[in-house]
Design a protein around this ligand. Structure first.
Ligand SMILES: NC(=O)c1ccc[n+]([C@@H]2O[C@H](COP(=O)([O-])OP(=O)(O)OC[C@H]3O[C@@H](n4cnc5c(N)ncnc54)[C@H](OP(=O)(O)O)[C@@H]3O)[C@@H](O)[C@H]2O)c1
Length: 269
């Protein structure tokens, strides 16, 4: 059975027998989304820049009872993407890609350097595109695949001090629509998960400011920042048969913040 063939006897959310490549699994949201996919039955290929930084994640993910293959991948290096995706595909057909690896530089725009700009755009936008391209080369001949990119609230809203990041996440959203248009006729869906505010290593410094957290929380209709497991349902949905007729979408998982309170969020100190 292919990834997109529905079956009467299996849950549309079941990922048993499917292989998912998830990038950026050494910590944070990538690790949590990999857990959700493993819980739904998927075999995994997990990546980070250094193989040893995946040791703990591998042990954690193997507890779900499915295959876990760690592979080194730096999305800023073209050869690294190609080699890693080849290794992933050599282990078995690639059914799912979650292109999660990303970074941020938080600075006033007048202080952003050429290198800052390149770091963020190369990682989040170019890195995502070429990871998708490499995975799609394996999916298109099989006429089956689920590709998930990662955006952000900043895919649709601006935020002071995050100009390169906003540019990269807006780009991912636009690119997702373009790729969905192009790959749809080949049986591949491409959708974007856009998380709101989730506390991870990437933004931990902000959450140490209680006043800032209070202001943030007041502006989220569900009255709390995201927990990593708030992405479990959406990633399984987009990786599985359940989303067979959904493509090109950016789905905001933000506790409702995009309904209107984003502009009122105070500048981070
Ligand atoms: N946290 C949020 O509130 C939030 C909101 C919206 C979107 N996002 C996005 O969601 C994704 C995960 O975020 P997070 O908060 O979990 O961040 P995180 O804790 O900093 O984790 C980032 C992951 O990406 C990997 N990575 C970074 N640069 C890489 C590169 N050049 N090549 C390959 N892998 C690289 C890191 O692995 P190594 O450093 O070990 O290589 C790590 O596993 C990111 O794309 C982020 O921008 C986060």
């Amino acid at each position: 059975m292919t990834a997109s063939t529905p079956s009467a006897s299996r849950s549309p959310f079941d990922l048993t027998g499917r292989r998912a490549l998830v990038t950026g699994v050494s910590r944070g949201l990538g690790l949590q989304m990999a857990r959700a996919l493993a819980r739904a039955g998927a075999d995994l290929v997990i990546t980070a820049r250094k193989l040893e930084s995946l040791d703990e994640s591998r042990r954690d993910l193997e507890s779900f009872g499915h295959d876990v293959l760690p592979v080194a991948l730096d999305v800023r290096v073209e050869d690294s993407i190609r080699t890693a995706v080849e290794a992933a595909a050599a282990a078995g057909p690639l059914d799912v890609l979650v292109a999660n690896a990303g970074c941020n530089v938080r600075k006033p725009s007048l202080e952003i350097t050429w290198d800052d700009w390149n770091t963020v755009l190369d990682t989040n936008l170019r890195g995502t595109f070429f990871t998708v391209q490499a995975a799609a080369r394996h999916m298109l001949p099989r006429r089956s695949g689920r590709i998930v990119t990662i955006g952000s609230l900043t895919s649709v809203f601006g935020y002071a001090g995050l100009a390169p990041y906003c540019a990269s996440r807006g780009g991912v959203k636009q690119m997702t629509m373009s790729l969905a248009d192009e790959f749809g006729p080949h049986g591949i869906t491409v959708n974007c998960i856009a998380p709101g505010w989730f506390r991870t290593a990437q933004n931990d410094v902000l959450y140490r400011d209680e006043e800032w957290v209070r202001s943030l929380t007041e502006r989220i209709p569900l009255r709390r920042p995201g927990r990593a497991d708030d992405l479990d349902g959406i990633v399984v949905f987009l990786a599985s048969d359940a989303s067979a007729y959904v493509t090109g979408q950016t789905l905001l998982v933000d506790g409702g913040m995009s309904t209107g309170s984003v502009r009122a969020l105070p500048q981070a100190r």
